[in-house]
Write a protein that binds this ligand. Structure first.
Ligand code: C2G
Length: 446
């Protein structure tokens, strides 16, 4: 019996896939099809897959061509599978020509002519194509636009810059036109905002009122009332409003939250998280300061994310201590926040003018999760126990600091009308309410 194996994502299974499977089957007597797991696809850069693994398996099964279906989960698995299933022929489409020649050592490798004129990418972009305008300041905008190139189904229409001096620079780097806010909104279905936090509320509201979907760098607004108002406008106008917080889209971060929730470290008693970056110099002029992000805006939303994710928003009391600029209480160089819950406590340190070890520790009654610095863009964490033999290490590749996944999630939210599960309205309201307390001066000073 000649055994054949082939692999693929098989997203929104189409004629090209079916033809490939038929010809693969015709090469032998028994066909095994490896369908890629979500994590594996993410790690190899396929981030726009529409269907779940179960649905894609079902698609392959429904063709009736495969004799057996397996899941492809890791790099190098093909060699393992060929040996384990005693495979005679490995086959794949000609778009992979030469890429799998190394498997010749284990079995025969056959590249089958790819079917022209049909692809999952085209099918995906036919039913949705988003024109995205970008608004704000240079360093963030550059990163964002570059990352958007990894995401299918999105075209950057142009940029509205906070700082018009930088126009030459942006045109040079991004090769997209700059224009005023109204023209940009007119030409776009959705908008990404990364201007100074003091402008977010007005800019977001303006775009929402023009029925544009909005992805806005956190914090979306500087107090709870405005945040709630913005989400209400979005709802009334039938558009998506989403806070951009790349940490929420890092695989390692979302996995560690799930592990913590599943009881791996027992009852969770405390979260200690630190976020610092020395990117602001206290001697800056008032003009420079007006453009800079204080600690609360730069780091607050990131630090609040695991607290909301694990403890929710019902804290009993809060205690905030800040070190602010000499003549400006609204600019915190460093802030320490303790949030007391019924049975737990969170202790956060955030700083733009103070440096510290930016790690996170989630402590439970059975063990703890240790996330090394910088925890908000980590690809690695550990579960640690009293008995070190039980310790576990986890590694998840993080490409583009999570930004490309954030963009893909935003597009998905627009397409489905449902916001991303990781960044709910409630999470944004929680974060803006603490930020609001800071701006109302509800803290003690050191
Ligand atoms: N295919 C084809 N014609 C098309 C589209 C796809 O022949 N018009 C083939 C591909 O060459 C591949 C299979 O159908 O052999 C599945 O395609 P995808 O779902 O795009 O999967 P792919 O990313 O090619 O994964 O480990 C993964 C595999 O190596 C291939």
């Amino acid at each position: 019996m000649i055994k054949v194996i082939t692999y693929g994502t098989f997203d929104m299974l189409h004629y090209g896939h079916r033809r490939l499977l038929e010809r693969a089957k015709a090469l032998g007597d028994y066909l095994i099809v490896g369908v890629t797991a979500e994590d594996f696809d993410r790690s190899r850069g396929k981030i726009n897959v529409r269907q779940t693994l179960m649905d894609r398996i079902e698609g392959v099964r429904a063709t009736g061509i495969a004799d057996e279906i397996i899941v492809e989960e890791y790099e190098g698995q093909k060699i393992d599978d060929i040996l384990r299933y005693d495979i005679d022929i490995f086959t794949v489409g000609s778009d992979w020509e030469g890429k799998f020649d190394y498997l010749n050592e284990y079995c025969k490798v056959v590249y089958l002519e790819r079917t022209e004129g049909v692809s999952s990418t085209e099918i995906r972009s036919e039913d949705s194509y988003t024109r995205l305008g970008v608004v704000g300041d240079i360093p963030h905008l550059l990163k964002f636009v570059r990352e958007s190139k990894y995401v299918n189904g999105v075209e950057i229409t142009g940029a509205f810059l906070s700082d018009s001096d930088k126009e030459v620079e942006i045109i040079e780097h991004l090769e997209i036109p700059t224009m005023d806010y109204d023209s940009l909104l007119e030409q776009s279905d959705a908008i990404y905002i990364t201007s100074h936090p003091s402008k977010h509320y007005e800019q977001v509201k303006y775009a929402l009122n023009k029925r544009k979907n909005v992805l806005c760098e956190a914090p979306i607004s500087l107090n709870k009332k405005e945040c709630e108002e913005l989400f209400e406008i979005a709802k009334e106008n039938g558009v998506i409003l989403m806070e951009a917080l790349k940490t929420a889209f890092s695989t390692a971060y979302s996995r560690l939250i799930l592990l913590a929730k599943s009881g791996k470290i027992g009852n969770i008693v405390s979260i200690d998280a630190t976020c610092t970056s020395l990117s602001y110099s206290p001697v800056s002029s008032a003009e420079e300061r007006a453009k800079a992000w204080n600690s609360m805006c730069a780091w607050g939303p990131t630090a609040f994310l695991p607290v909301f994710g694990l403890f929710g928003s019902n804290y009993k009391s809060m205690d905030m201590v800040c070190k602010t600029e000499k003549d400006d209480d609204s600019f915190d160089l460093f802030t320490r926040i303790n949030l007391r819950y019924e049975n737990a406590v969170a202790s956060l340190r955030i700083g733009k003018g103070v440096k510290s070890e930016s790690e996170m520790i989630i402590s439970g009654e059975k063990g703890y999760i240790y996330v090394p610095s910088p925890w908000w863009k980590t690809d690695y964490f550990e579960l640690r126990y009293e008995n070190p033999q039980n310790n576990r290490r986890y590694f998840y590749q993080l490409d583009g600091e999570g930004i490309r996944f954030e963009i893909a999630s935003f597009l998905k939210a627009i397409r489905t009308g449902k916001p991303a599960a990781f960044l709910s309205r409630e999470a944004s309201v929680f974060s803006s309410s603490i930020i609001g307390q800071f701006y109302s001066g509800d803290f003690s000073k050191i």
